[in-house]
Design a protein around this ligand. Structure first.
Ligand SMILES: Nc1ncnc2c1ncn2[C@@H]1O[C@H](COP(=O)(O)OP(=O)(O)OP(=O)(O)O)[C@@H](O)[C@H]1O
Ligand SMILES: [Mg+2]
Length: 487
């Protein structure tokens, strides 16, 4: 609905635009007062007909309607709003004992029902759950909008061969129902790949529901994933639908899967094996109809070897692995990404950056990008804010890129211990460190490393022959991909 970027978002679930439909004046006024006390904006209607005309005029987050209202009744109202361009999440209120009506309402598409009389706590817990659903729906509408009409694969921008392989995998796997495991360093685009996979799949009409397994406290994660029944634990004042249920017909994105606790690893394994789950505190078994995409920047095999991650779960998840290469291994993507971010932030920040000088481009293409695409995006956004217009030049780039490991006599702190210091040994050690760093940054190309250190290539070779440095180099290259013979 049109309100997606105003009062409702996943960050702020507390305020909603609510349409309250109740013909009994006293009940309506009491409910309205209570909802307003909680900060919501409430519009009241006495009949279903009046409610429907209000819904046609403006968007609401939540429709809270009594089932027996004059004109169009609550259930017909639920059915009719399915055709509206923006749909509120509906909660139907029924009289005591009319469970049949409640079932009908849910079948017609209502999110939940409240049986009268209900307490203040139950009402606010139900509203909160409904708002979560609405916020996820809004995010999905937003995502669908951005995925459409972009070049490349969805919003993924790349021209590199290594990423073409990733694109090919996404396209192959999108329509298969199989579990996908996305692996890659932080900021490489794992979440974007999960979104692209979902929106290229047959499940794109369903929701993509993200769960950050590392960000939700362990105690809450189980109920977040599977939901809970009323009274399951202290504070469970109302039944709550979990993310697996919300993702039915769509996709659940389990981010930071490496952070899942051992007990939850067992529960997830069961969902993957049996495709069923129970809500916390519940006995009814639900069918899990969500496609699972998981991601992590951790080395899952290492976690398995250290017994921190179950081997059986690892194999269940690792049906189709997509390994996203770090940005430093696909520097040919950098110019394209810079152009993409420049257009994006020029629009968002109303800036007028026109391009980038060849020198600045060369430096950006040789930088190591520990934060990958996210770091590159952040730098261009910073330019859009600080520089505002014109061409990005070397001098505009942040210090860490211009001289990532800059050292000068003023920023080296050296404390001389009480017993004195071996000057030549310490100086040699420091020199060795700078030489190694220069070699690492230039991919072990000696002429480039010598340039960085402002010395001749032959001087560098002489220094490398020194016993202490030769040893360090051979130790380092032992762990590195570049062998010492590539000198
Ligand atoms: N190929 C790409 N094209 C355009 N934008 C990209 C690309 N890859 C990543 N991005 C952007 O970079 C940022 C980081 O991407 P994303 O959040 O998907 O990374 P991630 O791998 O999930 O990171 P983390 O491990 O830290 O969660 C996002 O703003 C995303 O839109
Ligand atoms: Mg991520």
């Amino acid at each position: 609905m049109g309100s997606s970027d105003t009062h409702t978002s996943s960050q702020n679930l507390s305020y909603a635009q609510i349409l309250l439909v109740e013909d009994e004046k006293d009940v309506r006024e009491a409910l309205s007062a209570q909802l307003q006390d909680e900060g919501h904006h409430v519009v009241e209607a006495e009949s279903g007909t009046e409610a429907f005309s209000l819904l046609q005029q403006s968007p609401f987050d939540i429709l809270l309607t009594d089932v027996m209202v004059p004109g169009i009744n609550g259930i017909e109202l639920v059915e009719q709003i399915a055709d509206l361009p923006s749909q509120p999440v509906t909660i139907v209120m029924t009289g005591f004992g009319s469970v049949e009506m409640a079932v009908k309402a849910i079948k017609a598409g209502a999110f939940d029902f409240l049986q009268k009389p209900f307490s203040v706590e139950v009402l606010s817990a139900t509203i909160e759950s409904a708002l979560r659903v609405q916020s996820l729906r809004n995010e999905n509408v937003e995502l669908r909008r951005t995925v459409k009409g972009q070049f490349g694969l969805g919003n993924l921008i790349s021209s590199s061969e290594v990423m073409k392989e990733v694109f090919r995998l996404i396209e192959c796997v999108a329509d298969a129902e199989s579990t996908v495991l996305i692996l890659g360093e932080s900021g490489t685009g794992k979440e974007l790949i999960a979104q692209t996979t979902h929106f290229h799949s047959n499940r794109r009409k369903g929701c993509l529901i993200p769960v950050n397994c590392g960000a939700i406290p362990e105690a809450l994660l189980e109920s977040e994933l599977f939901g809970h029944e009323k009274g399951a634990f202290t504070g469970a004042v109302a039944t709550r639908v979990g993310r697996f249920e919300l993702a039915a017909g769509g996709t659940i994105f389990l981010d930071e899967i490496g952070d899942l606790s051992p007990p939850l690893q067992v529960k997830l394994l069961r969902v993957l094996q049996e495709k069923t789950f129970e809500r916390v505190g519940g006995t009814r078994t639900y069918k899990a109809d969500a496609r699972v995409i998981a991601a992590t920047n951790q080395d899952l095999e290492e976690l398995v070897a250290n017994k921190q991650f179950r081997e059986d779960l690892y194999y269940r998840l690792n049906v189709v692995p997509i390994v996203v290469p770090p940005l430093r291994h696909r520097s040919e993507d950098i110019p394209l990404l810079i152009e993409h971010f420049m257009n994006m932030f020029n629009e968002r920040r109303s800036s007028k950056l026109t391009g980038i000088s060849p020198e600045a481009m060369t430096l950006l293409c040789s930088y190591q990008w520990p934060g990958n695409v996210r770091e590159l995006g952040n730098i261009i956004e910073r330019m859009a804010i600080l520089k505002r217009d014109g061409q990005i030049d070397l001098a505009d780039l942040p210090e860490k890129i211009r001289s990532p490991h800059a050292v000068s006599a003023t920023n080296v702190s050296a404390a001389i211990p009480v017993g004195g210091i071996n000057l030549s040994g310490t100086v040699e050690e420091f020199e060795n460190r700078l030489i190694i760093e220069a070699l690492e940054r230039t991919n072990w190309v000696k002429s480039k490393a010598a340039q960085l250190l402002h010395i001749n290539r032959t001087t560098l070779i002489e220094k490398l022959k020194k016993k202490s440095l030769a040893e360090i180099v051979s130790n380092r290259t032992g762990q590195d991909t570049k062998p010492v013979t590539s000198f």
